[in-house]
Design a protein around this ligand. Structure first.
Ligand code: UDP
Length: 219
């Protein structure tokens, strides 16, 4: 086999991403040139999930293929970070998964190992770091700058001129107000924006904000 591709994580999100990867690789899968499996650190012997073998990481590394590729489909940024480092050390190449109906418009920079689920959008002139997740119906608008290991839950709306720092998590249906050139709305490193929150001003690193207008939890 020329290449083996893995969706790392065989639980909820991984199962959502697998069919997108299968569609992307359809022609190579048909010829048998490539394989597509799940990798999960909790894998048990000889299991399959939704028709794909589930391997441990060690089994995946040992699989006979010229190149090994992985897309980490685990929502936790810290787990993603840890796994990405391990993959890098083992020469496992990151690959991005982009749904056929996702749209990525003009002049965007997208980091490797990212996932764009169905109906997600990136409009124009955005810069997005490695291992980004855009879940279903989420969007990133013009001129945003997004760090590494950032996660957008379903329907998260990031309006123009927003900066999202590394490892931040934007919950389901949350809205982040647009910034302006030179004065972006900033979601700090590792911050969490709760489900349905409406963020009208910058959020400090590491904190959790909820509500409309969003405020730090417990205040
Ligand atoms: N997992 C893993 N290695 C890690 C952390 C998680 O293989 O370091 C797997 C874990 O066994 C589980 C999946 O990733 O099968 C995460 O599933 P979960 O339902 O917690 O989250 P989601 O699929 O929503 O990201």
């Amino acid at each position: 086999m020329k290449s083996i591709y893995a969706i790392y994580g065989a639980s909820g999100f991984g199962r959502e991403v697998m069919p997108l990867a299968r569609a992307m690789l359809a022609s190579e899968l048909k010829t048998g040139e490539v394989g597509l499996v799940f990798v999960d650190d909790g894998a048990m012997d000889d299991t399959t999930v939704n028709g794909h073998a589930v391997m441990t990481y060690a089994q995946f590394l040992a699989a006979p293929a010229e190149t090994h590729h992985a897309c980490i489909a685990i929502a936790s940024a810290s787990a993603r970070q840890h796994i990405a480092l391990r993959c890098e050390q083992d020469a496992v190449l990151p690959f991005s998964v982009i749904a056929g109906n996702a749209s990525i418009l003009d002049c965007n920079e997208i980091g490797e190992g990212s996932i764009f689920c169905g109906f997600s959008h990136v409009t124009s002139n955005a810069k997005i770091g490695r291992h980004f997740h855009a879940n279903i119906y989420s969007y990133v608008a013009h001129d945003c700058v997004v760090g590494e290991f950032v996660t957008l839950a379903p329907g998260a709306k990031i309006n123009g001129n927003v900066v999202i720092e590394d490892g931040a998590y934007i919950g389901t249906g949350a809205i982040v107000k647009q910034g302006s050139p030179g004065k972006p709305t900033i979601i700090g490193k590792g911050a969490t924006v709760g489900m349905g929150a409406v963020v009208t001003k910058s959020v400090a690193p590491g904190i959790v904000v909820i509500g409309n207008p969003a405020k730090p939890m417990g205040t």
